[in-house]
Design a protein around this ligand. Sequence first.
Ligand SMILES: Nc1ncnc2c1ncn2[C@@H]1O[C@H](COP(=O)(O)OP(=O)(O)OP(=O)(O)O)[C@@H](O)[C@H]1O
Ligand SMILES: [Mg+2]
Length: 264
Amino acid sequence: MNPGDSTDAIRLTAVRKLHGRRDNRVVALEEVTTRFGRGAFTAIVGPSSSGKSTSSQCAAGLDQPTSGAVLLEEHELSDMTETELTELRRDRIGFVLQAFNLLPVLTVRQNVTLPLRLAGRKPDRDRVARILDQIDLAQQSNHPPAELSGGQQQRVTIARALLSDPAVIFADEPTGALDTRAARDVLSLLRHSSRAAGQTIVMVTHDPVAASHADHVLFLADGRLTGELHSPTAESVADRMPRLGAFADEGPRPQPVANRGGQR
Ligand SMILES: Nc1ncnc2c1ncn2[C@@H]1O[C@H](COP(=O)(O)OP(=O)(O)OP(=O)(O)O)[C@@H](O)[C@H]1O
Ligand SMILES: [Mg+2]
């Protein structure tokens, strides 16, 4: 393989991350080495505090590893200045934020175009219309987010991330606050982005059902990579989860799959 023509969108090499001060140190990541294929949809799965968000933030250049290397879209992040990192994130990366980050005083359309406007760019009207159509919110585009359901609001944050046509999209628990059906719509939208537009998707989740929508699953426990799965199913992801973490052998096995929305 030609090293200049990598099939990897992201590579982490021996990434270690310590949080906190000297007397209160937390090892969030320990020797994490992995790669994220270009155009692949990868889920990072693990129990709470296992380092999922930290690994995704290090991969996105939002946080700096204590040691180790991150290659993102052919850029060695530790070689970049803060300004270069900001430009890389703006031009090549999309972040799917939690829906509460939408601004209530703006319309759906204004929320979607806000990051581009803040970057001093004029959004392409046709592209905005196409994306609003894709998330099935063309009708509501002039309404404030408060008039939308939770799932619709989450789709607005995805539209916002898609607008600049980023090479890589990071989503941390994008379905965390949604019922089963709304979660499925959001996951289909992400899936479609990787299939149709060749975008690389990195999704953090603790939900085996959400993870089953990805091509590939990475398992984290106590800051370490403990395994991976290709072509996951909700069952195969859930099967691996009880073995994760310090208290893995205690307590009942999580009951993942379907029907969670029905209990609400
Ligand atoms: N800014 C921070 N300062 C201090 N400790 C932190 C910080 N961010 C994370 N940690 C610690 O690092 C470890 C990994 O945290 P991280 O947020 O990556 O876990 P996570 O897998 O995303 O958990 P969750 O599922 O609860 O979101 C945890 O022990 C956490 O308390
Ligand atoms: Mg997290």
